[in-house]
Ligand binder design. Structure first.
Ligand code: ADP
Length: 523
């Protein structure tokens, strides 16, 4: 230890021998320095407070600091506003709150608010909650925490009126509930299916119809419940929906959990995402088993009736023809006329019975063909001539072309042509041209029958090929028919691997057409 430290160690505070003497000058400058420090700190504090005020004023949430007031028993009974931000008034509707208590501003304010804030002031535990303030007609989302010295019982509260949001949520809940009830009370089955065919939603009715519990059904794919024979048709239609967003309607069979088969008519529509891509499908499914059973009964009835009627009618037709053959000039004209008229009616009846027979054959899958490759021109010309014999009001024109061979059942295709030509005549009651055209169309031959008659509206053009469908209206009703002709035509063309359709404008006429594949040695 050297001398200097020894000297320092022995030095005592106030030891005048070492401290410089305190002059008035140095005292004042010390004081000034202290004043400057205080002023600096006050400026800092002020800046901090301004920043913090700006921050809270810029909030669109309400903010306030309160002092919780307790009664003599230590129960919280009111609170006083010590500080509020700019959004406070808008968030509460309370004006000039500073210094006032909540009960002075809102005498009916619920007591539970005091409980909550009192608890926070006492425990120091922050709380976040949502609570109605009925007297203020608000609903608040609140975050409150104690600040400052615990004995001051001060609580800072950050809050936001969410009444509007809750009203919207409530409305949403209500409308969801409405939809839920509608969907579940619907007599139609309602499903949502993803693009892989998994069932991702089902209403109660669909579960009931198939005898499954919901969780079981949701573990299945659509193929698990479609009857095997209908898979292919179903898959094709669903693939078009998935790739092109096409909605479709399909009649098919489903298999219940107990193995029973039910017929349904399904309307299937695509669900798109925001980019317009198909992401799933909704299915509205109606049980048509009863209708199908009735249809089957009707088919059976038609089948039996037409078979039973055919035999006696064929005899009557033969007798009528014999009678006509026996006619000579000695037969009185009124009798000859009656015989001719009778034969015309018998022929109509025979045609009708054959239509019915054909229909029941088609329904029973018994329509068979005897095909041979032919040039259609000859066949068409023959039927054009036959058609011309039945009318003097119309001119039936044949417009043929060089055609490749097609394999057809001559009898059946003749039936189709007779039907199309007689329809063209029937539904152009004022007469005019009927144009029968044949053309080669790549690997198909296309035949069309065009008339300039009544035509038909767009909406019915795919229905006229259904069984017993006739367009409603005075024109059709004035014309005899039962709505089977086109159904049979389409079935016959379908059996030939061909397609059939119509283009028509109401009041201007129609063009019925069919296309048949060109014959090749291996077809
Ligand atoms: P039918 O003629 O016995 O009623 P079809 O099956 O042949 O039965 O025709 C079905 C319906 O299609 C007809 O009732 C008619 O309303 C409509 N239709 C058929 N052909 C024509 C046509 N050439 N012009 C206008 N409507 C037609």
């Amino acid at each position: 230890m050297n001398e200097k430290t020894m000297a320092n160690q022995s030095a005592q505070p106030g030891d005048d021998a070492h401290d410089p003497p305190m002059t008035l000058e140095s005292c004042l400058s010390e004081l000034r320095r202290a004043e400057e420090t205080i002023a600096y700190q006050q400026r800092q504090l002020f800046q901090l407070e301004t920043r913090y005020n700006t921050l809270f004023d810029s909030l669109d949430e309400g903010f306030c600091i309160i002092e919780v007031l307790f009664d003599a028993n230590g129960q919280p009974r009111d609170y006083r506003f010590l500080k509020v931000n700019g959004a406070f008034e808008e968030q509460t509707g309370i004006r000039n709150p500073l210094g006032r208590t909540i009960l002075e501003a809102v005498p009916d304010h619920e007591r539970y608010w005091f409980e909550i804030y009192g608890q926070i002031a006492l425990t120091g535990e922050a709380q976040r909650f949502e609570q109605r303030a009925a007297a203020l007609d608000r609903f608040y989302d609140v975050f409150a925490f104690r600040i400052g010295n615990p004995k001051d019982a001060q609580v800072a509260i950050l809050f936001k009126d969410i009444a509007e949001r809750r009203r919207r949520e409530e409305a949403l809940r209500e409308s969801e509930e409405n939809y839920r009830v509608i969907v579940n009370q619907s007599i139609a089955g309602i499903l949502k299916v993803d693009l892989q065919g998994n069932i991702i939603f089902s209403n109660e009715q669909f579960c009931r119809a198939l005898g499954y519990e919901l969780p079981e059904l949701l573990s299945l794919g659509i193929n698990d419940i479609v009857y095997p024979d209908d898979h292919e048709r179903n898959r094709t239609a669903f693939a078009r929906l998935a790739s092109a967003g096409e909605a479709y309607e399909i009649e098919k069979r489903l298999v219940r959990k107990d193995g029973e088969v039910v017929w349904v008519n399904n309307h299937v529509s695509p669900i798109f995402d925001k980019e317009g891509l198909v992401v799933a499908a909704t299915v509205v499914s109606i049980d048509i088993s009863r209708q199908k059973a009735l249809e089957r009964q009707k088919d059976e009835f038609i089948s039996i009736a037409s078979h039973e009627l055919k035999t006696p009618l064929t005899s009557i037709k033969v007798y009528g023809e014999i009678l006509a053959g026996l006619m000579d000039p000695s037969v009185p004209p009124p009798i000859a006329q009656l015989i001719t008229k009778m034969n015309v009616q018998v022929n109509r009846l025979v045609k009708l019975i054959y239509s019915l027979l054909n229909t029941s054959r088609i329904a029973g899958g018994e329509l068979t063909l005897q095909v041979e490759p032919i040039d259609l021109n000859l066949l068409l010309e023959e039927h054009v001539l036959q058609g011309q014999l039945t009318t003097s009001k119309h001119r039936i024109v044949f417009d043929g072309a060089e055609l490749p061979l097609v394999a057809v059942d001559v009898e059946r295709l003749g039936q189709v042509m007779d039907n199309l030509i007689s329809n063209a005549i029937k539904y152009a009651p004022d007469g005019g041209d009927v144009i029968v055209r044949a053309e080669s169309n790549g690997d198909h031959v296309r035949v069309s029958v065009r008339d300039f008659g009544v035509g038909m509206p767009k909406g019915v053009q795919d229905k006229i090929f259904d069984r017993f469908y006739r367009v409603k209206g005075a024109t059709t009703e004035a014309v005899s028919g039962i709505g089977l002709g086109l159904y049979i035509c389409r079935e016959i063309i379908g059996k030939h691997q061909g397609t059939m359709g119509v283009e028509s404008v109401l009041g201007e006429g129609s063009t019925f057409y069919f296309e048949l594949p060109v014959y090749t040695a291996d077809s």
